[in-house]
Write a protein of this length. Structure first.
Length: 211
């Protein structure tokens, strides 16, 4: 409950200036629910916590994500500024900028690990909600992608089915083992009956089977 992820929400950073409205932002160390109205906006002089992460997705209408907004977030002190543009061809579609000594430095790699947040962010082509295209995802430190809710449900169903199959296989093994035990017992009884008949025959011949 000590983090907040806002989507299309205004960040008010100065009483006399308009809000900055990123596509998404993350703040750590703040109350997740502000009051009964949740959060209609994010007011820095009330929150006293600058977002640690801001995401801008470039749409058909360019909104100066690579120039003016970069400068604004840099001046604001946002640690990570991430820009994604699916229409880029010659340059990387995903850019992760990290604030180092007051200036943004472009980070390399896909995904990019964000140690201060404990998440990685990257993009890859996949099927999400029936749409096959490149999507943004969160990643673990070793580069393993976190599953979407849909994928998580599918995985759990598959694991449940595998568990059922394993249970059925184990049950068949138990049944087979029980059948083998019964077979051994039947053979033992047959051998005991055969031995008793042989001993009885020896007694009829005047021979002590015990000797």
């Amino acid at each position: 409950m000590d983090w907040f992820f806002g989507i299309d929400m205004g960040i008010y950073h100065h009483p006399d200036k308009p809000a900055i409205v990123p596509d998404a932002f993350l703040s750590l160390g703040v109350e997740r629910f502000y009051d009964e109205e949740l959060r209609p906006s994010y007011v820095l002089w009330d929150e006293n916590v600058v977002p640690i992460f801001v995401l801008e997705v470039v749409s058909q209408t360019y909104r100066k994500e690579y120039s003016d907004k970069l400068a604004e977030y840099q001046a604001l002190g946002v640690l990570y500024y991430v820009i994604y543009s699916s229409r880029r061809r010659r340059k990387p579609r995903l850019e992760v900028h990290k604030l180092v000594n007051g200036k943004y430095e472009l980070q390399s790699g896909n995904p990019v690990w964000l140690p201060e947040i404990g998440l990685g962010i990257g993009c890859e082509k996949s099927n999400y909600s029936g749409v096959i295209r490149e999507w943004l995802y969160w990643y673990e430190e070793e580069g393993k992608r976190y599953l979407t809710p849909e994928e998580q449900v599918k995985k759990e169903v598959q694991e449940a089915q595998q568990a059922q199959q394993q249970a059925r296989f184990a049950q068949l093994q138990v049944q087979q083992f029980q059948q083998e035990i019964q077979l051994v017992q039947q053979r033992a009884q047959q051998e005991a009956q055969r031995a008793e008949k042989l001993a009885q025959r020896l007694r009829e011949l005047g021979i002590d089977p015990e000797s």
